[in-house]
Design a protein. Structure first.
Length: 156
């Protein structure tokens, strides 16, 4: 009985010794033949995610040129960790993409000085109301000259 166990072990050891180097060289050979092994859609998703983060940073620091008219009262946009994960979908042709991002948006609305309350608020240095709400930011992207740009933004 010990002879059969010994021969099985020998067979498995020999197989492992032969298969080990082959397994280590196959991915390297595949990667060397392919060059860039990451699909272009992953690279596009990463570029879109960076563009989105840069846009949110610009909104939060008060860059008015990047603020769409639909979000004119928005003062800050923060990712919502309790919401759904970010979703970026690149079209099959690679020229368009959509993104859905769970966010909390803080808005500031200026009070019109047509009431006593608003006049008192303005006199005390206030004159605005702040509110925040959770929702989803839906963004359309377009790719031109190998660079992604924001084509449209909607608060859903």
């Amino acid at each position: 009985m010990t002879d059969t166990v010994s021969s099985r072990r020998s067979f498995l050891k020999a197989g492992a010794l032969i298969a080990g180097p082959l397994a280590a060289t196959v991915p390297a050979a595949v990667l060397a033949a392919d060059g860039d092994y990451r699909p272009s859609s992953l690279l596009d998703e990463a570029a879109i995610h960076r563009l989105h983060q840069d846009w949110m940073r610009a909104i939060n620091t008060g860059t008015p040129a990047l603020r769409p008219a639909t979000l004119k009262d928005v003062r800050s946009i923060v990712g919502d960790p309790a919401g759904d994960p970010d979703a970026i979908r690149v079209a099959a042709d690679g020229s368009r993409a959509t993104g859905r991002f769970a966010c909390t948006i803080e808005t500031v609305t200026e009070l019109h000085a047509d009431s006593t309350f608003a006049q008192m608020a303005h006199a005390q240095g206030g004159g605005s109301t702040r509110s925040s709400q959770r929702g989803v930011l839906s963004v359309e992207y377009r790719k031109a000259a190998n660079a992604w740009t924001i084509a449209g933004i909607a608060w859903v």
